[in-house]
Design a protein around this ligand. Structure first.
Ligand code: MN
Length: 304
């Protein structure tokens, strides 16, 4: 990167990551009978500025009554061409898939599932959670795969809370749970196909912090709780998605009086066509049609 307008012999100041837009998520809708989510962005948006991330559903904190014997959730359905990342903020999610993956994630855990060339799975509140009921809060993020990796075999990474580094921010401003990517010389546990950061950021009341991120990363912030002021400018509240222009390296965040919980997503954009339809994210409509045909023929396997 060269900038001919920089004066000689002076160290260039790192540029801010500039806000491109702040979007408010629509009201919540139900996915199956278990996940009451706001779609903070999706591949269906006219502006696909979160590349390589293609969808984010947030189920805000909600109390569920006990429902023993009939866990709430979503029955068997397919995916192809991307990865689903489920972050359990509160409550428990059980999952089974046709590649033999499965298990229960509990509060603080993350499930990183690679749909790749095709998978069938189901997603329910765990039996234990359903017996007792309780508070449930969850994110599901869809991470696109590059065209060359869309036919990769399906896979499943269970990531336990204990494996996720928790980094304390300078001046005790809050913390970063490093799910994927790197920060302060630490590496998150998720194995990813392309370079990205997925950080669960908590800022304490009125605290501020400055992050340095690669200029090559496309940046989006999902504000899950509280309120945050960005680069000493605009405020974004819970339910907002903040998108940034490409370029720049620094980001300043200041939490409001109730603090803030933010999912920070940054990554090198794939810059490939994104054609999403229902549970599939491919590069062309022909590939979408092929995915439906392959699923109907049983090529994605079955749940045991
Ligand atoms: Mn699914």
């Amino acid at each position: 990167m060269s900038n001919t307008s920089q004066p000689n012999k002076e160290a260039p100041q790192p540029l801010l990551k500039e806000v491109a837009g702040i979007y408010t998520a629509p009201p919540a809708h139900w996915v199956g009978n278990g996940f009451h989510v706001r779609s903070m962005f999706s591949y269906a948006d006219a502006f696909q500025g979160s590349d390589p991330f293609v969808l984010l559903d947030y189920a805000a904190e909600e109390q569920f009554s006990p429902n023993p014997g009939a866990p709430r959730g979503v029955g068997p359905h397919p995916h192809k061409g991307f990865e689903t990342v489920t972050i359990a903020y509160q409550g428990e999610v059980a999952h089974r898939d046709s590649s033999g993956g499965g298990g229960t994630i509990q509060t603080g855990d993350v499930q990183w599932m690679t749909a790749g060339r095709g998978i069938v799975h189901d997603e329910f509140h765990s039996r234990e959670f359903s017996e007792k009921g309780g508070l449930f809060e969850m994110v599901q993020l869809w991470v696109n795969l590059p065209a060359k990796d869309k036919e990769t075999p399906a896979a499943y990474q269970p990531i336990r809370k204990e494996e996720i580094p928790v980094l304390v921010l300078p001046d005790d401003a809050g913390s970063v749970r490093l799910i994927a990517g790197s920060y302060q010389g630490e590496q998150g546990p998720a194995k990813t196909f392309t370079e990205m950061n997925v950080w669960d950021v908590v800022l304490h009341a009125n605290a501020s912090t400055v992050f340095t991120l690669p200029a090559t990363h496309n940046l989006s912030l999902a504000i899950l709780r509280g309120e945050v002021r960005i680069n000493e400018g605009e405020n974004a509240q819970a339910g907002a998605l903040v998108r940034f222009q490409m370029g720049g390296e620094t980001l300043e965040l200041q939490a409001g009086e109730n603090g803030a919980t933010i999912l920070l997503l940054s990554g090198v954009p794939l810059n490939e066509p994104v054609v999403g339809y229902g549970p599939f994210v491919m590069n062309s409509m022909d590939e979408i049609r092929q995915a439906f045909a392959d699923y109907e023929r049983g090529k994605f396997g079955n749940l045991a």
